[in-house]
Design a protein. Structure first.
Length: 163
């Protein structure tokens, strides 16, 4: 059985494709890529069909991550096939929980930085879109910092669905 994770930000061109790429690499490194499916989407459809922001691509490639991406909008019907929906900030968290058809689906939505034990109280990954390259680097650092904790949670989920 495949465990499915979807990262969600606003337009699906900066934060969520970065998180998708980084986490997919962690999943592969852990040897779980045959059991875990990773993708991303946006709360809005403004950029549907577009590639990732060039700054996202640059930062990912400079750090050895894959940058192949096509933006899309998250659909409520996807909750039925997803095990975990990872919001990149509290606004996405609220929007996704409102969109969830059931309480069980709403419980699938989590903030990415809640998996980073060093994150403190501010669990939002700031939107780098309107800033410079340093914001994209900061985004990558936050995504990488949360990936180990998220991987542990997903590994537990994979084991639970296998039994």
């Amino acid at each position: 059985m495949t465990y499915r994770v979807c990262f969600v930000c606003t337009g699906n061109i900066c934060r969520s494709p970065m998180a998708e790429s980084v986490f997919r690499a962690h999943v592969a490194e852990a040897g779980l890529d045959d059991r875990v499916e990773v993708d991303s989407a946006g709360t809005g459809g403004w950029h549907e069909g577009d590639g990732a922001d060039p700054r996202t691509v640059r930062v990912l490639e400079e750090h050895g991550y894959d940058s192949d991406h096509t933006a899309r909008q998250f659909q409520a019907s996807w909750f039925a096939r997803l095990d975990l929906v990872i919001a990149l900030d509290s606004g996405h968290l609220k929007a996704l929980r409102r969109l969830a058809p059931t309480e069980e689906d709403a419980r699938k939505v989590r903030l990415l930085r809640s998996y980073d034990t060093t994150a403190g109280d501010d669990l939002d990954v700031p939107d780098p879109y309107y800033g410079g390259l340093d914001g994209f680097e900061e985004c990558l650092e936050m995504v990488e910092a949360a990936s180990e904790g998220l991987l542990a949670a997903v590994r537990d989920g994979v084991e639970a669905t296998a039994s």
